[in-house]
Design a protein around this ligand. Sequence first.
Ligand code: I6G
Length: 677
Amino acid sequence: MPSPAVVQEIDSLRERLDSWNYQYYVLDQPTVPDAEYDRCLRRLVELEREYPALLRPDSPTQRVGAAPLERFRQVTHEVPMLSLDNAFNEQDMLDFNRRLQDRLGDGEAPLEFACEPKLDGIAVSLLYRGGVLERAATRGDGSTGEDITHNVRTIPSVPLRLRGEGYPQVLEVRGEIYLPRAGFEQINARARAQGEKMFVNPRNAAAGSLRQLDARITATRPLEMCCYGVGLVSGGDLPAQHSAVLARLQQWGLRINAESLVVQGIEACDEYYQRLAARRDALPYDIDGIVFKVNDLALQQRLGFVSRAPRWAIARKFPAQEEMTRLLDVEFQVGRTGAITPVARLEPVFVGGVTVSNATLHNSDEIERLGVRLGDVVVVRRAGDVIPQVVSVVLERRPPDARPIVFPASCPVCASPLERAEDEAVVRCMGGLVCAAQQKAAIRHFASRRAMDIEGLGDKLVEQLVDEGLVANVAGLYHLQREQLLALERLGEKSADKLLAALERSKHTTLPRFIFALGIREVGEATALALARHFGSWEALAGASEEQLLAVSDVGPVVADHLRQFFDSPSSLAVVAQLREVGVSWPDLELAGAADLPLAGQIWVVTGKLEQLGRDDATAQLQALGARVAGSVSARTTCVVAGPGAGSKLGKAVELGIEVIDEGALLALLARHGMAP
Ligand code: I6G
């Protein structure tokens, strides 16, 4: 007999899961991370297995999703759309393999598996009759979905008519509709600019985009479709293996995942999983695991199904990219340009493969948008190498004593007034270089490797130098005395001498590095290089009019304005004069017209993950050297820079015999042309 405590736990789990399901599937408003949902569902499955008498047909374990929204026409899936069992580690995969071999009873020979990433999107069914798209529907609860044909027709990767011939008279294709990460950033940037509600993650954005009554809205969202299998098939035959079916779908014009692979045996499945896990952040879309399927369809048939999932497939999940934790405090950091950034201090939580205890809250608008309070339970997302973000608040877990977050009225470091420019979300400290936080940030930037490259001047030391009043601006660094350094806590003779030598060395620099090191707003490395090449000397740059600045390839009105503000500021010019006085110097550059730039006339393509530079920086730097950076490889491409995770572009380059270099070679080339390595 189950104890009252067990009955109560089951009831409570069901209630929570039902409520989350409704929020997630019906309202498109996820309230808890998937990992938390999975944990509760697993616990409920476990309890129901232990106490079968308590199993009820309406338990959340007994259905795939939630009820569809009523405002769309309902569609019955003739062949139910099931879900997949999950594996969370290698042992779960070995157990899966054991179950397969035991059930088949064909001996211990390795089974053949079809592997592919599990996209974090919306499962849909496309029904083709006579090769023409007749209906598209969501999975819904697995038996009944919603008719979203009008929306799906707007997705370019969904063919309205199948290509070629030989397809069955009735062919139901299944797959995932999703938003690539870049598309998600794009629509969220648009929503932010227009003051509209932003989406929490790409999956949520894809769901919201599909659940539109007006297909014109869907058409503005860069959705994609990737097919992973078939449902109803009649009036024709398909090949005998899953991988061959996918290949056939591709021939008929449907998109399948480029990462799909057939492997032999469960160990090879683990290798595939590890390989993709290492590349997960570099993929252009979110995935939450890998799906492994027995490749032979006759074997699939023999294996059959258990309740809601096929026995012949499993999804091995990746560590969750969203987790819940508590917001303990908010600190207001002052950046190099005076921008005040609220930073969430969190109860440490393991998410996206690392322990996270800080996350950005961006600005006061974002705090308002989230409606977050101190003490709230929040959802933290860490995807790729993006800094962790607070994406939503779990309102149902708000403690009674949660307090509003109060944005400071003056700079938390120097007490100077704060200002918010009319068209900006950012609030800035007006203290300029009087503000110790801005002093420290400016010095850290000046000393950084790609600027003046002052080795041994770490963040801690910068803190000490400013706090002790030894240095107030970057020029002050060059007046530091050995005795002053030795008097600092935890700085020995060796370190002091090393720092002094590094300071001395840094005096011989290049014009692009010097411009970059000054930390002028919006002037990154590539712009600094473009300015140096355009004007050739500091004097020419400092004396340039706004029009002359605007003539530089990388400079728009905003950058030109920041530059002019810098050159019109007596205190900024005084610091430059002091730097030159202590001997900071550089050779002038030969003037380069666009046609003289070293990579003028060349077409470059950057693909895969660039660990050090990042793709955007690499692109900007190549452009500053005169190259055109294209999005696809063609016979006219001069060179392809390929990092880990490079896919079809790399393949095409190899096929066309185009030069391919890695990030190391690119860095060396940039260095040869005066860019910082
Ligand atoms: O939800 C799913 C995602 C991906 C799937 C799936 C899949 O294959 C790559 N395959 C099946 C058979 C099912 N759901 C039921």
